[in-house]
Design a protein around this ligand. Structure first.
Ligand SMILES: Cc1cc2nc3c(=O)[nH]c(=O)nc-3n(C[C@H](O)[C@H](O)[C@H](O)COP(=O)(O)OP(=O)(O)OC[C@H]3O[C@@H](n4cnc5c(N)ncnc54)[C@H](O)[C@@H]3O)c2cc1C
Length: 381
């Protein structure tokens, strides 16, 4: 497993399509999206037309039946835009709120939700975290009570990416006993009476991804909206966290590439005491160390993607890749900001925004501590 360069010419063509989209649609507009706090709907429609939202999904549902290398390319290129909020919001739609419908949803749910989601016509979000349950998914309190052919849902969710712009929530609910064995995944359309969006949360970074609190008060949804088997939701959530963790690795790799480009350009241009910054050995060596660590992060990520593609159970390797890349990107951002001196602290330099944006990477998709627990457990500790 693991290769120096796993990309062939068809990957390069796909990368070019994404790069062009970033140049055309994200770069000129993302500052406005940061201001309004969301990625506008028409952006998803344009992504849908290009086939980007369904890259990984079956052609039967409007996708392209491509493997995880393509998802990695998406993550890297959107992150290289330097607007992590846009990357997060888009990958929520391509991966996080659709993968379980594709893999475990009924044919009816796929037609009703996945097909329009892949076109960018229907936006989704993933509702797992609650005010009193984040890392401990088995502790969620939102309930879904069966009544005839329906479920009646009550509870609340927080930190939900795209929560205020979504048409449906892929929602984690308690349908059974306490703990992980009583959790199910169910689709709740946001037009359901009793559903409401609470506060739009003000965040440190990723400003153009909308993040909201959601409330459910006696929301009645058809029992057929359950994904897969009732009370098997925890298993599905953990399975799809693997994809989400690879997504975060891709974001981190893209962000690190953008940061290093900024560092080299700035370091060659800015003179201090008569010489460009990059001519000072301390900075040359610091950057050399970062290049080395980034290469290690890339190879760990490739190992994780290889495993995901071949269906090998690789929770440990994926957790290692997520822990390593998410920690490293924060270190790279810190060093590159420092190299910029006071300018790095100013909003007009991308490093300032990236520094804030990547702070969430060691938290979202499973925190560093959760990654370490998985690695320790799977190492027999
Ligand atoms: C920008 C952003 C977007 C998000 N988007 C979504 C979304 O779309 N949908 C969604 O459902 N959630 C989302 N989240 C929530 C995210 O998944 C949670 O924040 C994360 O899972 C951690 O949960 P928590 O914040 O409740 O922290 P807690 O679980 O309360 O953890 C607090 C601290 O305890 C540590 N800890 C946890 N377990 C252990 C342990 N076993 N041993 C030692 N320490 C431990 C944690 O690492 C952390 O440092 C988002 C979060 C952010 C910041």
């Amino acid at each position: 497993m693991g290769q120096m360069n796993p990309f062939a010419s068809e990957h390069d063509m796909f990368r070019k399509t994404v790069k062009d989209f970033v140049e055309r649609e994200i770069h000129p507009n993302a500052e406005d999206w940061e201001e309004i706090g969301e990625v506008p709907r028409e952006v998803f429609l344009k992504l849908g037309e290009l086939g980007i939202l369904g890259a990984r999904y079956d052609k039967k549902y409007g996708g392209s039946s491509l493997d995880f290398w393509y998802t990695l390319i998406l993550c890297e290129e959107f992150a290289k835009s330097t607007y992590m909020g846009a990357a997060v919001s888009i990958l929520m739609q391509c991966e996080m709120c659709t993968a379980a419908i594709h893999d475990e949803g009924s044919e009816e749910l796929k037609q009703q939700y996945l097909v329009p989601a892949v076109k960018g016509e229907l936006l989704g979000c993933l509702g797992v975290s609650e005010p009193s349950a984040g890392s401990d998914v088995g502790a969620i309190r939102t309930t879904a009570r069966r009544e005839g052919d329906s479920f009646i849902i009550n509870g609340s969710k927080t930190f939900i990416t795209n929560g205020s712009i979504a048409d449906y929530v892929l929602l984690a609910v308690r349908t059974g006993s306490q703990g992980t064995g009583g959790v199910s995944l169910i689709i709740v359309p946001t037009s359901t009476p009793g559903f409401s969006v609470g506060r739009k949360l003000k965040k440190m970074g990723v400003h153009c991804s909308a993040t909201a609190e959601l409330a459910f008060e006696d929301c009645v949804v058809p029992a057929s909206n359950i994904i897969g088997e009732e009370n098997a939701g925890f298993k599905y959530i953990m399975h799809h966290f693997q994809g989400e963790r690879i997504v975060l690795c891709g974001f981190a790799l893209g962000a690190m590439e953008a940061l290093m480009e900024e560092a080299v350009a700035y370091g060659k241009d800015r003179e201090i005491f008569g010489r460009p910054i990059v001519e000072y050995q301390i900075w040359r060596h610091r950057l050399a160390d970062l290049y080395t660590h980034i290469m290690a992060a890339r190879q760990l990520t490739y190992l994780a993607v290889d495993a995901a593609n071949s269906g090998i159970r690789a929770e440990k390797e994926i957790s290692m890749a997520k822990l390593f890349t998410a920690s490293l990107v924060k270190e790279v951002a810190t060093e590159v900001l420092q190299m910029h001196g006071g300018y790095g602290y100013m909003e007009e330099y991308p490093v300032c925004r990236i520094y804030r944006d990547v702070a969430a990477f060691t938290i979202g998709g499973g925190t560093n501590e959760v990654m370490r627990e998985i690695i320790a457990k799977q190492s027999g500790l």
